[in-house]
Ligand binder design. Structure first.
Ligand code: PRP
Ligand code: MN
Ligand code: MG
Length: 186
């Protein structure tokens, strides 16, 4: 798989160490609270699993899947819930778990949506943040790493549903992806 990678931006060791720190902060901040992690499928799965292991208190874990109409430049901010939560959020302290915040449109919709369902609190933890790409302001409570505006894969992040299983975060070589055809070229 290495032939499609331009550069490893974050090694497995760097990611693991940072997730340990995030876990410690969250454990401290959520003492005595009713913490429920809400992972956003599918990108957040690997980060959520690792993060949950580093939170030293009882946590509820649930998942949502969303689909946005029109990605990238044509993004409208309209988000459709494809899979909803199984648990009620009422009186829970929700921590939304994301792999990456790009335009912020997904999270801005989700935080509003969960607040309307009368969650006690709604906060956000993301492994990666691409602040340059933001289209709407979202208050992010915990950030693993800020990264430049490059096409990244691994640790849950995909290109055309591939490379999620890489244990590190890497930038794809130009030419591997083509925004016009959406095809992976080996
Ligand atoms: C990606 C990523 C975030 C969202 C961020 O998910 O995992 O959920 O986009 O983009 P935004 O800040 O511009 O809204 P994607 O829709 O690719 O689905 P996936 O997690 O299944 O890969
Ligand atoms: Mn996602
Ligand atoms: Mg994706």
């Amino acid at each position: 798989m290495k032939n499609i990678i331009k550069e490893i931006l974050l090694t497995e060791d760097q990611i693991t160490a940072r997730i340990k720190e995030l876990g410690r902060m969250i454990t401290e901040d959520y003492k005595g609270k009713n913490l429920m992690l809400v992972g956003i499928l599918k990108g957040a799965v690997i980060f959520m699993a690792e993060l949950a292991k580093n939170i030293d208190m009882p946590v509820l874990m649930d998942f949502m899947a969303v689909s946005s109409y029109g990605k990238s430049s044509t993004s409208t901010g309209i988000v459709r819930i494809v899979k909803d939560l199984d648990c009620s959020v009422e009186d829970k302290d929700i921590l939304i778990v994301e792999d990456i915040i790009d335009t912020g449109l997904t999270l801005s919709y989700l935080t509003d949506n969960l607040k309307k369902r009368r969650a006690k609190s709604v906060k956000i933890v993301t492994l990666l943040d691409k602040p340059e790409r933001r289209k709407t302001e979202v208050p992010v409570d915990y950030i693993g790493f800020k990264i430049p505006d490059e096409f990244v894969v691994g640790y849950g992040l995909d290109y055309a549903e591939q490379y999620r299983n890489l244990p590190y975060v890497a930038a794809l070589k130009e030419g591997v992806y083509s925004s016009k055809t959406d095809n992976v070229v080996f």
